[in-house]
Ligand binder design. Sequence first.
Ligand code: ATP
Ligand code: MG
Length: 380
Amino acid sequence: MILKQLSVINFRNYEEADLSLNSKINIFYGQNAQGKTNLLESIYFLSFTKSHRSFIDNNLIKNGEKFLKIKGIIKTESLFDTKLEISLEKDKKNIFVDGDIYKKVSDYITKLNIIIFYPDDLDIIKGSPNIRRRYINSEISQYDNNYLLILNKFRKIQHMRNDYLKKIISYNNYDKQYFIIINDYYIKSSIDIYFARNNFIEELNKYIDKIFYDLTGLRGFHIEYKNSLNIDNFNNMNFNEIEELFKEKLNNSFDSELRIGSSLIGPNKDDIEFFLNDLNLKNYGSQGQQRIAVLTTKLAEIEILKNHSLETPILLLDDVFSELDDEKKNRLLKYINQDIQTIITTTDLKNIDSKIIKKSKLFEIENGNIKNVMEVDANE
Ligand SMILES: Nc1ncnc2c1ncn2[C@@H]1O[C@H](COP(=O)(O)OP(=O)(O)OP(=O)(O)O)[C@@H](O)[C@H]1O
Ligand SMILES: [Mg+2]
C-alpha cells in the first residue's frame, strides 16, 4: 500500500500542507520543533483515528483554530485509489472513505496500515505492562477487524465483574448464580483475546530472530507471552481445557479478588517479555539493544500485515537514525531499502547514507512549512 497524497489543515503547527509522496523512501528533515513528528502523527491519526502521543484529540488542532482535517489518497493492490478523510471539530470526529461516512472505528482501522517507530517506543520494553498491552491491541486491530469488538466485549464484562466484586460484602451472602454467569462470559471473552494475542506473538516469533540477526549479527531474540493462566502456547490446548483451568484459577483467587474488588486473572494482566537467549532485555539489555529489539519487532509486523491483507504497510521512522551506531544504521537502511514505502524524519541528513538520499524524495520542514527539495529520478 502506498500513501500517494497527504493533506492536512490545522494539524498541530501546520496551517495547511499538501504533499505528494514517493512510493519508496521519503525523508523529512529539519531542526528540532519544526513539525517532523507532527507530520508523522497526522499519518498515524489517519490510520488509527487517534494520536500515538496524545490522549486528548483536541491538542491536535492548531492553536487558535476550531477544527482539523487530514486527507490521504492511498493506492492498494486493488485497481482503484482510496480516499481517506478524517476531520475533528468540537470533539466530534468524522471519518470518510471515498466519501462514505464510517461510523465504526473497527470498520475503518484496517484501511491504512502503518508501522511506526519513534523514540518513545523504548517504553514497549522498559515501560509498564499496560504500555505493552496497548501496543499489542493496536497492532492486532490493524489486521483483525474483529479484535476491537472482542476487546470491547471483554472490557464491558470486566467492568461488570469488578463492580460486582466490589459489591459483595460477605463471603456467603451474594448471588452465586449471577456471579457464575458473569464469570462464564468473562472467561469466554478472555479466551478470545488470549488466542488473538497468542497468535500475534507466535507470528512475531517466526520473524524476529532472523531480522534481529540481520540488524545485529546476533541470534536468539524471542518474545515470551506471560499470562495469568501460565500457558506457554494457547494453541497447544483446546478451549475446554483452558476454560477449566481458568475456572480453577478464578476459584483459587476469589478471596484475593474480593479483598481488592477487582479481577486478578485475565488478559488485563497480560504481559510480554523480550529475550536475547536467556537475557531479559527489560532488566539487562542496553539501551541500544532495547531499541533494536523494538525496531525488530515492528519490522516483523510488516510481514504479519502482509500475510493478513496482502498489502505491505507503510513504514514511519521518527528520528531513528540519530540513535544507532553506523553499522546498525547501514544494516537498517539495507533492510528498509526494499519494496516498502518508508517515511523517515531526521534532524540531520548526515545520519543517512548518501546513496539512500539520492534515491529518496527529500522534504525540508521549517516552522510548519514543507518544501520539497528534491524529486527522485523515477529511473533510479
Ligand atoms: N496544537 C498545536 N498548535 C500549534 N503548534 C503546536 C501544536 N502542538 C504542537 N505544536 C508545536 O509543534 C512543534 C513541535 O513539533 P514536532 O514535535 O513535530 O517537532 P519535531 O520537528 O519532531 O522536533 P524534534 O526534532 O525535536 O523531535 C512545537 O513547536 C510545538 O509548539
Ligand atoms: Mg520529533
